[in-house]
Design a protein. Sequence first.
Length: 187
Amino acid sequence: MPKLAHCFLSTKDFTALETLLEREAYREEAFLRLLRSKLSTATVMLQEDMGPDIATIDSRIDYVIDGRQSDSRILVLGRENALSRFSLPITTLRGLALLGLLAGDTITVARPEGGVEELHLERVAFQPEADRRERLLDRPPARPEHDGPSSNAGASVIAFPGWRKPAAAATGDELPPDDDDPGPRAA
């Protein structure tokens, strides 16, 4: 019987797997069994909460097949997103098996032609969710235009241009110097 590792899925990846299940008529039984198992046992997390060592869609992963053959690929959604030599679609048994694993996990899955295959996820070399978090954290905070004693560090500052008195009319009517509200004028 295949040994399944615990699975962690982002909400986006979980939705992608649900969509695959809806199209189950196009998959073999071993794939469907693994897909149903992942959907029913996965821990589903928000993308921003995914650890950097979890294999997600668009992650670059290093893995070993049956303890002998090493490979490095990018997990992609489907074959249409795949560059055969560099990617591993989650619409394949291997891609689906590795999706949601934690670096260091091993999963044993049934091969469609019979027998089993052991996949060991060595590391997640790149994960888009972790990269997005890093880019957001590395961005310097917005700087207010004025760093005086009353400024709040890290606070968002919106600067409004100062109100200016309207220019005096060409008729020579000028506003009194301390009157900022001209109001209606009598004729």
